[in-house]
Design a binder for this molecule. Structure first.
Ligand code: C5P
Length: 401
């Protein structure tokens, strides 16, 4: 459940911060990416160096650090996460959260985030039971902040009672349960989706092929985003360096013809997103033996057209998905070309992007072309494009009900 999940871990200043290295280890073992913000008082208990070494990422500490703001920016830091976890959460940081105070990087990121927040409180029993803390916890819970722990037992201050930060295993379990629940109750639960991703490769002979530069990053991110909203996703992918996302049915293929067959096997689905860069042509008669240089000069390669998967799915009579989405990677007149492509292919939406600077980066600038018109989105990480597209798909499916 935690594989590839991005956790922004805010470490505030309690003695339980000494358990954070173990927490990062356990989360990383499960495939999560942890990025830390360490408060000034948190740094009294655990060093930025140990958090950086264990998380494999920079540790962010200062709201007014020019370098940090240039590299990342506190808004981006708070947005580029699937969940924000505050562990340990002191009485002080909880009070600031409840009242919307922002006097350091941690509290600013917490106020700026649009992501779910979980806190693992840790403090003295009297502080925990103080009406001020009780009221702050109630306020936070009313705002859907998830609270894990605290447990009862010996406290570092020598007193006994409630206030011990939840055990590392319990925090990990709470995060897993959070993602599990979100998936089950997601707006796309009960829907089936098919996503194509990556390039196709078309053989010339057993060792050579025609390919393209598609990285599969956008298609894989869309498949993951749909699954995160609860859809049951079949991902049909050409050869890419992207790893197979967990919880998805992944079929790896090489050629366009194989991709079409795999898509047809995945039907019926409610939603189809064709993000693959399918080769338009294949070699008419690929050689069964390796072509030799001394076989009489350079071979001439006759090409024939590949099946158009997007158009085929869109034209389906009995089993057309309710929503078919294609991509248009263009180098000029992006919107005009995409609008024409939507008509030509018979799909419902087109996600158009300008690839004049090439394929394969982590960011994408897209325009969404639908019957209602064209929406131009700002440049975003491909994961964010995927999340926004998945949300729009979910809204559309709800309206069609
Ligand atoms: O025609 P063009 O390749 O520009 O169209 C791009 C869109 O069509 C993408 O959504 C791509 O996945 C899809 N496509 C397809 N099968 C093909 C060619 C393109 O599904 N043979």
């Amino acid at each position: 459940m935690l594989k590839n999940k991005r956790i922004l871990l805010i470490v505030s200043g309690g003695i339980a911060a000494v358990k954070v290295p173990d927490l990062i280890r356990r989360l990383s073992e499960r495939g999560a990416h942890v990025r830390c913000i360490l408060t000034e008082s948190g740094a009294q208990f655990v060093t930025p160096m140990s958090l950086a070494a264990l998380s494999g990422d920079k540790v962010f500490q200062n709201l007014f650090s020019l370098t940090d703001e240039r590299e990342m920016g506190h808004i981006r830091l708070s947005r580029e996460a699937d969940v924000v976890l505050v562990a340990p959460a002191t009485a002080n940081i909880m009070a600031k959260m409840a009242h919307g105070l922002t006097d350091d990087l941690a509290t600013t990121a917490l106020l700026a985030t649009n992501k779910p927040v979980m806190i693992a409180p840790s403090m003295n029993v009297m502080m925990w039971n103080n009406p001020a803390t009780r009221s702050n916890v109630a306020t936070l819970q009313k705002r859907d902040v998830h609270v894990v722990g605290p447990g009862a037992g010996d406290l570092a201050c020598g007193e006994v009672g409630d206030g011990r930060m939840a055990e590392v295993a319990d925090i990990v379990a709470a995060l897993e349960a959070f993602f599990e629940t979100r998936k089950k109750s997601g707006p796309l639960s009960g829907y089936r989706a098919l996503v194509t991703s990556g390039p196709t490769i078309e053989p010339i002979d057993p060792v050579r092929y025609i390919a393209n530069r598609s990285s599969g990053k956008q298609g894989h991110a869309i498949a993951t985003a749909l699954s995160d909203l609860g859809a049951e996703v079949s991902l049909i992918s050409g050869p890419t360096k992207e790893t197979d996302p967990e919880r998805l049915y992944v079929t790896r293929i090489e050629t366009a013809e194989q991709m079409l067959k795999a898509c047809q096997n995945a039907l019926p689905v409610d939603i189809a997103v064709c993000a693959a860069a399918v080769a338009d042509w294949r070699i008419a008669d690929a050689a069964s033996q390796k072509l030799k240089k001394d076989d009489g000069g350079a071979p001439s390669l006759a090409l024939i057209e590949n099946p158009d998967i997007l158009a085929t799915l869109s034209a389906g009579v009995d089993n057309r998905p309710a929503l078919v989405i294609g991509f248009a990677a263009e180098t000029e007149d992006v919107i005009a070309q995409a609008t024409a492509k939507r008509e030509r292919k018979g799909c419902d939406w087109i996600v158009a992007n300008d690839v004049s600077n090439g394929f394969g980066g982590d960011k994408n600038t897209v325009h969404l072309v639908t019957t209602a018109g064209v929406e131009s989105w700002p440049t975003m990480q491909k994961r964010e494009v995927a999340a926004r597209l998945a949300t729009q798909i979910a809204d559309h499916m709800r309206q069609q009900k």
